[in-house]
Design a protein around this ligand. Structure first.
Ligand code: HEM
Ligand SMILES: *[C@@H]1O[C@H](CO)[C@@H](O)[C@H](O)[C@H]1NC(C)=O
Ligand SMILES: *[C@@H]1O[C@H](CO)[C@@H](O)[C@H](O)[C@H]1NC(C)=O
Ligand SMILES: CC(=O)N[C@H]1CO[C@H](CO)[C@@H](O)[C@@H]1O
Length: 315
């Protein structure tokens, strides 16, 4: 009889465990009801004085999810024994680590060892996008923090890629061409250092003929000689507003990175670009959906991984 009851209990309990193991909206409702509002408060405070926190978090989230999945591996500081993801070239200009630290500190006071750093990145990015004029979407939570962060694992798409090359990298993560064209719309906010696009300018001696000559002139002047590396806005019109201007700019041959410009030149992606340029609401909805999808790449759930106490170090 006892054995029978035991089997029944295991059978009854295990399906609910697998539900818990999945990501879901409101994962912290019972364990840390203020989790979402604590994160939102930190992001709102920062946004008020520094709206460039939106592009910073978007890029951090992308780099986290594309390397070992959305497991906060990007936040780990290197030690003498380990060179972490942060050290890799594309990560050297990732910003916003101190905002994640602040949210984590506040969450540890309210509900210790409960809310993962991976979920903090996800929620904070969502909040910052809404504040910049983008969609305010609900985001599933329940991610746990990974136990590995190696510089050697970083293999992100290059800004010099063609559309098919970039798509290969997105397909590897289960994302479609539509997801990629949508997510690159994040370049409607934020900056790029000249080193990532200088080879397209007339100052390089081999200007990219697909670039609007007026933009070439502006960027050549701004970037100056190769020994300096200032930043230029990716969307040269509405640089810190989360709108669909990026797609308009790209259609005007005013994409800053090679991959941005290729989106309107490649036959496969051009129709999506003109659709998003025409219809801002369609872009915003598509962006919300694609962010939830990107935020689910190879997540660590259930009892795997850990809930870090300090986002920069394994427990
Ligand atoms: C083919 C894919 C992509 C490539 C090659 C790419 C490349 C780049 C490069 C080279 C920069 C400039 C970084 C710097 O100079 O500091 C940049 C910035 C940025 N990227 Fe991407 N990116 C891609 C996809 C994405 C995605 C999927 C997102 C987010 C959903 C994103 C969000 C951003 C943002 C917001 C910035 C501005 C960062 C800032 O202002 O600090 N990118 N990207
Ligand atoms: C987004 O939605 C949440 C929940 O409804 C709300 O509290 C928050 O203020 C909204 N953010 C913006 C910027 O509108
Ligand atoms: C800049 O953006 C505004 C607002 O979206 C738009 O009305 C205007 O036509 C754009 N200007 C250029 C030069 O692209
Ligand atoms: C923001 C950040 O942590 N950037 C790091 C990127 O990598 C370099 C080393 O290559 C570090 O010095 C930076 O601190």
């Amino acid at each position: 009889m006892a054995a029978f009851l035991f089997i029944v209990c295991v059978l009854v309990i295990s399906p609910s465990l697998s539900v818990i193991a999945d990501l879901r909206v409101g994962f912290y409702d019972a364990t840390c009801p203020k989790a979402e509002s604590i994160v939102r408060q930190v992001v709102e405070n920062r946004f008020r004085t520094d709206p460039s926190i939106t592009p910073a978090l978007l890029r951090m989230h992308f780099h986290d999810c594309f390397v070992r999945g959305c497991d906060a591996s990007i936040l780990i500081d290197s030690t003498q024994a380990n060179s972490a993801e942060k050290e890799a070239v594309p990560n050297q200009t990732v910003r916003g680590y101190e905002l994640i630290d602040e949210a984590k500190k506040n969450l540890e006071v309210a509900c210790p060892s409960t809310v993962s750093c991976a979920d903090i990145i996800t929620m904070a990015t969502r909040d910052s996008v809404a504040l910049a004029g983008g969609p305010n979407y609900t985001v599933p939570t329940g991610r746990r923090d990974g136990l590995v962060s190696n510089e050697g694992d970083v293999n992100l798409p290059s800004p010099r890629f063609t559309v098919p090359q970039a798509l290969r990298s997105f397909s590897d993560k289960g994302l479609t061409l539509n997801d990629m064209v949508t997510l690159l719309g994040a370049h409607t906010v934020g900056f790029a250092h000249c080193s990532f696009f200088r080879s397209r300018l007339s100052s390089s001696g081999r200007p990219d003929p697909t670039m609007d000559p007026a933009l070439d002139a502006t960027l050549s002047k701004l970037c100056g000689p190769a020994d300096s590396n200032p930043r230029a806005f990716l969307d040269q019109n509405t640089s810190l507003v989360f709108d669909n201007q990026y797609y308009h700019q790209v259609m005007l041959n005013r994409g800053v990175l090679h991959i941005d410009q290729q989106l309107s030149l490649d036959k496969s992606s051009a129709p999506m670009v003109s659709n998003f340029a025409k219809n801002g609401a369609v872009f915003q909805q598509s962006f919300a959906n694609a962010m939830v999808k990107m935020g689910s790449i190879q997540v660590v759930v259930g009892t795997d991984g850990e809930i870090r106490k300090n986002c920069r170090a394994f427990n």
